[in-house]
Design a protein around this ligand. Structure first.
Ligand SMILES: Nc1nc2c(ncn2[C@@H]2O[C@H](COP(=O)(O)OP(=O)(O)O)[C@@H](O)[C@H]2O)c(=O)[nH]1
Ligand SMILES: [Mg+2]
Length: 399
């Protein structure tokens, strides 16, 4: 054990080594980590033990899962996705942050539930220019939710599959307390917010120990001291339970990211902040401070008041852009469909649209006609790989 550690941490570490049950070991290791000051000299110890902790938790979840699978119940928390799913969350407080009020403002649903405790999710559809957003008003997240407090496991697990998390912050209360609690619970539940997945893959192999490859010039140039980094990565991967593996690095990484990459239960989600109750005293100033503090992690922070009907008219547009999605209108015999198809901008090709309409359309495809109002040449004949843009009209011609 390193001499850089405070004595209480060393004591905790010994307790961890002595602990009998899996639960006890997890608890002691968590306590140990919370006692280690975070700086350069302790970075290695922290990363190693976080990796250890993740492995122990995985074992624990497996054990729990085995016990649970014998008693299957349908959870009222499990929500069937419809359209683009947006989940509203807030901390637990009386009065609430205003989630149900927002749900009602956007969708008309759950009016009678405003100001009341809502123990299970409330759902409504917010339609914006024929784009359907499913708005889910989740029960509040309590401190310790990630450990199961207040149905926390059920609530947090729903967030893993949504399209966007909407963090509702009551501007008439201390915003930092609310943000810290929520971000902490999300992080503990292995939900990472507004960051891309780490540029690293770890592939289990049959032999050859652990190899680390830096595959882009970026990975080679920006990561400091490659030999040292390679050794640390090997230790972490080994500690995570792999004896033989190929680690591929594509960009800048930290040891923390290596630990994340080893953990398959981590998901990466987009989130925005909605400040609520902007009509109450001093909330304007609070909102400005909230923006200052979080705008680096949250590109979209909106101040609102449902009491004064202050809410962006183009909310649906803001969401679509932020989620990197575009709308495509199909045309059949010269008639343009009212409802757009929503697809990811990243792979918005003609083929993707054809596939969405019917799988056989790709095989039967001959050509497509694209109508793009913004272009000088409005009408174009194109093939399957053609890149589409927001608001394109497409007519598929089959063989
Ligand atoms: N002044 C003001 N009060 C609000 C606003 N939005 C919600 N509230 C009130 O805050 C309380 C909690 O609202 P609710 O939507 O039930 O919060 P939830 O617990 O997060 O679902 C209720 O009394 C609402 O009337 C707002 O924009 N302005
Ligand atoms: Mg509510």
């Amino acid at each position: 054990m390193s001499s850089n550690l405070p004595p209480q941490a060393k004591v905790k570490y010994q307790e961890y080594l002595d602990a009998g049950s899996l639960e006890e070991r997890i608890k002691k290791l968590e306590e140990f980590l919370s006692l280690v000051p975070k700086h350069k000299a302790t970075e290695k110890i922290v990363a190693l033990n976080r990796s250890r902790l993740a492995k122990l938790k995985k074992e624990f979840e497996k054990k729990r899962h085995k016990q649970k699978s014998t008693q299957k119940i349908i959870s009222p928390f499990s929500i069937k996705k419809e359209g683009i799913q947006i989940i509203l969350i807030s901390d637990f407080h009386i009065p609430g942050a205003g989630k149900t009020s927002l749900l009602n403002y956007l969708t008309g649903a759950a009016k009678e539930k405003i100001g009341k405790f809502t123990p299970i999710p409330e759902i409504g559809i917010y339609e914006y220019n024929k784009i359907r957003y499913q708005i889910v008003d989740m029960p509040s997240i309590m401190e310790g939710a990630s450990n199961g407090i207040g149905n926390g496991k059920e609530i947090l697990s729903q967030l893993r599959s949504c399209d966007l998390i909407c963090v509702c912050i009551d501007l008439s209360r201390n915003y930092e307390e609310q943000m810290n609690l929520l971000l902490n619970e999300l992080n503990n539940a292995n939900i990472r917010i507004n960051i891309p997945p780490p540029p690293i893959t770890i592939e289990k192999t049959g032999s050859n120990k652990i190899q680390v490859l830096y595959l882009t010039s970026e990975a080679k140039n920006i990561n400091e001291n490659l030999d040292e980094l390679t050794e640390r990565i090997k230790e972490i991967v080994h500690e995570g339970g792999l004896r033989n593996a190929i680690v591929r690095v594509y960009g800048r990484i930290t040891l923390e990211k290596v630990v994340d990459a080893l953990n398959p239960s981590i998901v990466y989600k987009k989130a925005i902040i909605i400040g609520t109750k902007g009509d109450l005293a001093h909330t304007q100033e609070v909102f400005e401070n909230l923006k200052k503090l979080y705008s680096e992690t949250f590109p979209i922070i909106i101040g609102t008041s449902v009491k004064k009907s202050e809410f962006p008219d183009n909310f649906g547009e803001i969401l679509l852009k932020y989620l990197d999605k575009i709308r495509i209108y199909t045309m059949n015999s010269g008639i343009i469909a009212e409802k757009p198809l929503i697809i990811d901008k990243e792979n918005a090709t003609v083929k993707e649209v054809a596939n969405k309409i019917h799988r056989s359309f790709v095989e039967l495809f001959d050509h497509a006609i694209i109508i793009r109002e913004a272009d000088r040449q409005k009408r174009k004949k194109v093939g399957t790989e053609y890149q589409l843009k927001d608001n394109d009209v497409i007519e598929l011609h089959l063989i």
